[in-house]
Design a protein around this ligand. Structure first.
Ligand code: MN3
Length: 384
């Protein structure tokens, strides 16, 4: 029985690598649905190659272009955000791999979980914004949320077979990004290109900036809180520049388990979609002689404020992490467009967190409103 997969965000970095993994294992997986935001050409190329049941282009203005190009293929073509919310519920879908960028992942994931679909989660913002709501429905519907994020995949792998043993602490490793060790003054004038040059991982622009500011790590702390049901005090971040140890779990006897491997997203992708099976492959193997020394150091949350802000919003709860995410998406976009400097990103986020009304028990609608309001407020702060 092949697992039939819907890839949301198939033209992005995780989407294309997921497709690679799936095409390597045609006996195990089948692509049922592909969705993309704007990248029409790649979506068409992918659809011709893998012949999914359906594709969705989120940007409705590009519907005709996709439909015309695929008119001779047995592929259904839809457009718009609502169509994405529909296709994830299709009976023929076994697993939904969520690889869209940012907040846009939330509502489709919500619909997929409600429809009882297992999730391979590559969109951490879903849990940052609405972790409580999503994990509650997932529990009710007996839906598995399988992490694609490499750190969470590592923790998930360390926990395999340990379900009766409480976790004392987890350590999420962090490469430190391109600006590890830099002073505040040095950071004042770094450029977009400097920030996009990640030392170890090849990723999309948004997450690469998030890695440089450590917001990505902050989001991962929140993601881990919801995925593994751990109090924030049990979640630690440790900087590990080589990105070989992907994270660690410490049990109540003090024993620690770690998961190691070369930094290649195809490994966590394949663990998530193949779970509970490990799939044989011929990817490059880790060689100790290439890495005779591995380094670890504490993160600097005074300079990289975003990580501290993420812990604060997690303690606060309610709609605070949603505000954090919305403000972050706006400032990252402004930084990429060279409207603000590197350090202004966390300064602006901090102001936004204090300028949007707090809701202690937000509904999904409250979060949708909070997201819109936080974006509005953050844009105003940037224009000031
Ligand atoms: Mn990660």
């Amino acid at each position: 029985m092949k697992k039939r997969i819907a890839i949301l965000g198939s033209t992005g970095s995780i989407g294309t690598q997921s497709l690679e993994v799936i095409l390597h294992n045609p006996d195990k997986f089948e692509v049922e649905v592909l969705t993309a935001n704007n990248n029409v050409n790649l979506l068409i190329e992918q659809a011709k190659k893998v012949q999914p049941n359906a594709v969705v282009i989120a940007n409705k203005q590009k519907y005709k272009q996709v439909a015309d190009a695929l008119s001779n293929e047995p592929v259904k073509v839809y457009a718009g955000a609502d169509a994405i919310n529909q296709v994830v519920q299709m009976e023929s879908v076994d697993l939904v791999l969520t690889a869209m960028v940012g907040y846009s992942g939330l509502i489709p994931t919500y619909h997929a979980v409600k429809a009882g679909k297992n999730i391979a989660l590559a969109n951490k913002e879903t849990l940052v914004v609405a972790g409580e709501i999503i994990t509650k429905i997932a529990h009710e519907k007996k839906v598995e949320i399988l992490p694609v994020d490499s750190e969470h995949s590592a923790i998930f792998q360390c926990l395999a077979g340990e379900f009766i043993n409480p976790v004392e602490k987890i350590y999420i490793t962090c490469s430190g990004g391109p600006f590890r060790g830099k002073t505040e003054n040095e950071l004042r004038n770094v450029t977009v290109n400097d920030a996009l040059a990640h030392p170890n991982w090849e990723m999309g622009n948004k997450i690469t900036i998030d890695s440089a500011t450590l917001m990505n790590k902050g989001f991962e702390v929140i993601e881990a809180h919801w995925l593994f049901g751990l109090a924030p005090s049990k979640i630690d971040v440790i900087v590990h520049p080589e990105s070989i140890v992907h994270s660690l779990v410490q049990f109540e006897d003090g024993s620690m388990k770690a998961q190691l491997g070369l930094p290649d997203m195809k490994l966590p992708i394949q663990y998530a979609i193949g779970f509970p099976y490990r799939i044989k492959n011929n990817y490059q193997r880790f060689n100790f002689l290439d890495y005779p020394t591995l380094h670890f150091e504490p993160p600097n949350t005074k300079i990289f404020r975003n990580l501290a802000l993420a812990y604060e919003t997690l303690d606060f709860g309610g709609n605070k992490p949603c505000i954090l995410n919305a403000a972050n998406e706006v400032v990252v976009d402004a930084f990429l467009k060279k409207k603000i400097g590197f350090l202004q990103m966390s300064e602006t986020i901090e102001k936004a967190l204090n300028n949007v009304a707090f809701i202690e028990k937000p509904s999904l609608d409250d979060l949708i409103e909070t997201n819109a309001e936080a974006r509005r407020v953050t844009k105003l702060l940037i224009e000031d």
